[in-house]
Design a protein around this ligand. Structure first.
Ligand code: GDP
Ligand code: MG
Length: 713
């Protein structure tokens, strides 16, 4: 600002909001801060309690003079600019907190007031200025609540007067601004306050008013309106008020009195009678957003873009609420990082801390952001809450992770612990499962009730899955222990029983072994046997009392039975080595050959006797050789384990393996074999027989020698 501008210092100092080159002042925000800090008790930039007033009228019609007297501002006036003859063009802005009223020329204002003084040249003079005039009108209407239309009394009724051209401009730009919102029934209006200067009261105010209204309505009618505004009246957009001021030079006292009365009606709350302000003149923006809003509006106007005020308000609201959101969030994060590590172990400490910083952040956001567009404010509020929640989620997840681990450990140790009331394993498993799921849910619910967690379903599902994983593992461990205990018992019994029977084989040895095999299985698994059909004693099934499915119970039983077969098979094969069989045969032979019916040793008298006994004994011995080399029942049926292909018939299709002797237990402990019954192959049998023969031949030879010896002596 130039030194000779005669601007006063202080908050009433005016700044050039838009300069002659149509640039928007960059330091508006600083100006606002300065204005507000100079306002006693009203240093809150979030206030919506402010008014914006503009003045319009032809050049040198005393606008700035009036504003300065009325609002104690210090706009440039002609009188102070005698040297230059012209004031500085542009739009000037001044803050005021005093107003000239009938009480005192310096009455404090009820609200902050921002006054715009539009300093142009006469619109009709030059094309370029018309452009400025139009833009200035658009801007003033876009940002102000009250538009003072300043005119000399003698101009009224002269349609060619500049004022009326200006009003036509005002109406036109208004339509371009608000025309579109007519249908959406925005109740926003601007007050056009006609200030008749040098009103010497020869013509009564009412008649001046009538003339003006007629002219205004005529302008409105003749205005080319967009289709959607065809049926609108000027009263859809404007309220009209008229006042006259006495002649400043000829009736100075009257002039001052009139100005003071005008001041009175500016210093009332919108709800009070006689107030020039109304709620629907105000734009829903807190003061801190105003300068941004004004700048955006000017930019759009200057670039000849469609100025859409609601959109501009939303843009400002977005920007500002975002700024507020970030400030609040950064504060929260700082506090959070500072304290969180000491809180994370204790549920109550943690929740109260999180709640505290969340509430603080949200309160602060509400305080600053709630005065912006409500939709934007709410959207951003949700965004803030989501941001906070997802930040908190990291911590809450860590907490819940630790809790899960603790609960799962407790679960396992409780299930494994010996309970004096000795419930069954499955009862322990189920009751402990319910307990820990309940504990976890109650913690989740607590977080949720305190508004610290919005989505809990996913978290609780994951925990449930982990519990079930552990549940299944514990149950499988228990099942495996049942199976291996049963296997051990059955194996031992089978081994003992089988070796006993094979060492003194009878012809029915396999019938006996099979019968024992079944009874060992049955007696060992007795406690797990259940009747499938109550009416049928033979139809038995197994239930290992672990809440397993029928299918899993069946599979578990199959594993035990299969292992039993495996034990039988390995016992048989371990025991029936070629040498063992030879010696069993020889024992059997010798018992028959050497001893008589009364188990007395025989004394041979002749060779015939020996040959006869030899043939009988050999036949007797060999009777069991068939039995020992091929396991079959007395009905001549080869023994085939009933679990050889428990996992379906796939090995049946595999012809290549049929001849190959294969015996093994798979990873489930299921016994596979295709040659259980075939204990020896032909070669082995041949070897056994030849050894057996060799040995009994020796026995016979000995016997014969014993005759010879007796006869020789
Ligand atoms: P602006 O260009 O509309 O801002 O007009 P100014 O406030 O600069 O005033 C222009 C001239 O009009 C100055 O010489 C003032 O002294 C004079 N003036 C201001 N107010 C009045 C008034 O109410 N009546 C008369 N007759 N002259 C006035
Ligand atoms: Mg002026």
């Amino acid at each position: 600002m130039s030194d000779d501008n005669n601007q006063q210092q202080g908050s009433n100092e005016a700044i050039q909001l838009i300069d002659e080159k149509k640039h928007f002042a960059k330091d508006t925000i600083a100006y606002f801060s300065k204005c507000l800090s100079s306002t006693n008790g009203k240093d809150d930039e979030t206030t919506s309690d402010y008014h914006v007033i503009s003045v319009f009228g032809s050049q040198s019609s005393g606008k700035s003079t009036l504003l300065n007297i009325l609002f104690n501002t210090s706009f440039d006036t002609m009188d102070a600019q005698i040297k230059r003859q012209q004031t500085t063009k542009g739009i000037w802005l001044s803050h005021t907190h005093t107003i000239n009223t009938t009480n005192s020329s310096q009455t404090p204002t009820l609200s902050d007031m921002f006054i715009l003084d539009v300093e142009g040249s006469d619109g009709s003079e030059r094309g370029e200025d018309q452009d400025f005039e139009r833009k200035a009108a658009l801007f003033a209407i876009a940002v102000s609540e009250v538009l003072l239309v300043n005119m000399w009394e003698q101009q009224i009724g002269l349609y060619q007067g500049n004022n009326m051209a200006l009003l036509k401009t005002v109406f036109e730009v208004n339509l371009s601004l608000f025309g579109k919102t007519v249908k959406s029934k925005s109740d926003h209006k601007v007050l056009l306050l006609f200030v008749i200067r040098d009103h010497v009261r020869v013509t009564p105010m009412d008649s001046l008013k009538e003339t003006l209204v007629n002219e205004l309505e005529k302008i409105w009618t003749e205005l080319s309106k967009p289709d959607e505004c065809k049926d609108t009246t000027l009263y859809d957009f404007f309220d009209l008020e008229f006042i006259g001021l006495g002649h400043k030079l000829l009736q100075y006292d009257q002039f001052v009195k009139d100005v003071k009365q005008l001041g009175d009606s500016f210093n009332k709350l919108p709800v009070e009678d006689g107030s020039l302000f109304k709620e629907n003149y105000h734009h829903p923006l807190p003061l801190e957003g105003w300068s941004m809003y004004a700048e955006n509006c000017w930019e759009q106007i200057e670039n000849n873009k469609d100025l859409d005020l609601p959109t501009q308000q939303i843009l400002v609201a977005r920007f500002k609420t975002d700024e507020i959101l970030n400030e609040c969030f950064v504060k929260l994060i700082t506090e959070y990082n500072l304290e969180i590590n000491s809180m994370v172990k204790d549920m109550d400490l943690l929740t109260s801390f999180l709640q505290k910083i969340k509430n603080l952040a949200v309160q602060e956001y509400d305080q600053h952001a709630s005065r912006y567009n409500q939709v934007v404010y709410q959207e951003k509020r949700t965004e803030l809450l989501n941001k906070i929640d997802s930040k908190f989620l990291e911590t809450i997840n860590t907490f819940l992770e630790d809790l899960s681990t603790d609960l799962l450990l407790t679960f396992e140790s409780n299930v494994n612990a010996k309970d004096p009331s000795s419930p069954s394993f499955i009862e322990k498993l189920n009751s402990n499962k319910t307990i820990i799921i309940g504990k976890f849910s109650s913690v989740l619910l607590n977080f949720q009730n305190l508004d610290l967690l919005s989505e809990t379903d996913g978290i609780s599902d994951i925990f449930r899955e982990r519990v079930m994983e552990s549940y299944d593992k514990l149950r499988e461990k228990e099942l495996n222990s049942i199976i291996s205990k049963s296997n051990k018992t059955i194996s031992n019994k089978i081994k003992e029983m089988t070796i006993f029977n094979l060492s003194h084989p009878s012809l029915k040895v396999w019938d006996i072994i099979l019968a024992n095999f079944e009874s060992i299985n049955e007696s060992t698994l007795k406690k797990y046997r259940v009747k499938k059909d109550v009416n049928n004693d033979d139809d038995m099934d197994y239930d290992f009392r672990l809440g397993l499915s029928e299918e899993d119970n069946r599979l578990a039983y199959k594993r035990i039975r299969s292992h039993a077969w495996y034990s039988l098979s390995t016992t048989v094969r371990d025991y029936l080595k070629e040498d063992t069989v030879v010696s069993i045969l020889r024992d059997r032979f010798e018992n028959k050959f050497r001893y008589d019916h009364n188990d007395a040793p025989r004394l041979w008298t002749n060779e015939d006797e020996i040959d006869q006994a030899f043939a009988l004994a050999k036949e007797h011995a060999l009777e069991v050789f068939t039995v020992l080399s091929l396991a079959k029942t007395s009905y001549n049926i080869e023994i085939i384990p009933d679990v050889s292909s428990p996992l379906g018939n796939e090995s049946d299709d595999d012809d290549d393996n049929d001849d190959e002797e294969k015996e093994y237990e798979d990873e489930l402990g299921i016994y596979h074999t295709n040659r259980f019954a075939h204990i020896f192959n032909e070669l082995q049998k041949e070897k056994i027989l030849s050894q057996f023969r060799r040995q009994i031949n020796l026995t016979v030879l000995d016997a014969k020698r014993s005759i010879i010896t007796t006869t020789t002596h």
